[in-house]
Design a protein around this ligand. Sequence first.
Ligand code: PFF
Length: 453
Amino acid sequence: MEEQKQRGTFTNKLGFVLAAAGSAVGLGNLWRFPYLAAKYGGGIFLLVYLILAVTFGFALMITEIALGRKTHLSAVGAYKALDKRFGFLGSLACVVPFIITPYYCVIGGWVLKYLTVFVTNHVADAATDEFFGGYISQPMAPVIFFLIYVILGLVIVMLGVEGGIEKASRLMMPILVVMTVIIAVFGMSQPGAMDGVKYYLMPDFSRFSATTVLAALGQLFYSMSLAMGIMITYGSYMKKDAHLEKSVRQIELFDTGIAFMAGLMIIPAVFAFSGGSEEALGKGPSLMFVTLPKVFESMKFGTVIGAIFFLLVLFAALTSSISLTETLVSILCDKLKWGRKKACAIVLLFVIAVGVPVSLGFGPLSFVAPFGMSLLDFFDFISNSVMMPIVAFLTCIFVGYVIKPKAIIEEAEINGKFKVKKFYTIIIKYIAPVCLVAILAFSIMEVLGIITV
Ligand code: PFF
């Protein structure tokens, strides 16, 4: 009870939705979703993603928020409080943000670089095919931009102006949405783009594979900040009078809507400006950075629009990486009983120590290629395709068979009805665990070369 009194709560219902959505919307939506959709067959990826969002995503988000709200504890303590044997699951979930944060900041550095490219009017250079690859393989510049990005985040936290950044980003987020629509409409009006619209919206079932499902699932977790303890912490700050089911639907709709628009902005443009070949679509992490400058170059006032766009992306990235960093700091404070200053310093050193090699992984360290992946792809794979499905699976087992779905349903029904509780129970007890194991097994076998899908 003491704990409950001390813990702050979100002052209003919308406040909770906005804060959770603020953490959810970031590079995952704008940068990661489009490149995965492009790579994994367009429409089929989108369809699988949407199905997963309204089933797995919905069930897992309700679960995590309810666990936090019920226990008033963050991930480390929440599982333990409900069942001692599952304390390890909280710790396991907490490892994920440690893997994500450094490489998230590396991409933040790329965004910062592109902002400067547009501000200094070098759009024509950036619109060439070689620019991005040439840039990230340099030994110095990407590391410097990464460091500036990290320091920028740190200064914001030290000045205690995260709140200001959140507020600014709440203002900027709607502008970002409007700009995404404008850029998407422009891109779609270019010759050849309609093939891209078709590719993105019409599922080609022959492209369906276990890898598609795994990629979509990992993206869902990443984008909605699930299976990493974050939503548990958010839930612990949530007041009892908010309607859980409704809040979760709102967050999901918002997050998925932005990801969908980002895909519409980038994929048709790939067809219009780069021909939509397998190679152009399979660019991976570089897709947004290679495609958008081409769009802006051919647009009237493209330099200004591009500069504003990358500034908005920078804000979305900063709010996300700040909340990731805050998570790391609070994990260290909670678990190791460190003071905040010490925890901040260690987190900073950690992010730099891991982020620098990740950045160099495209240049001087490109010979380090675990399982044939770049370091960034490797960390991304370990967190999204291995750790998060494992955390999600164990969470399903924990809720389905240890504390029982009723515990979550009761929490969700404190304020209003939980309309789809049967559906929820079936997913959490049967469908999700079985699918998660199957997907995980397939993907590990694929990486190890045992099967080719
Ligand atoms: N969900 C964010 C994105 O899509 O970019 C990433 C993220 C941000 C994960 C903040 C976790 C978090 F705490």
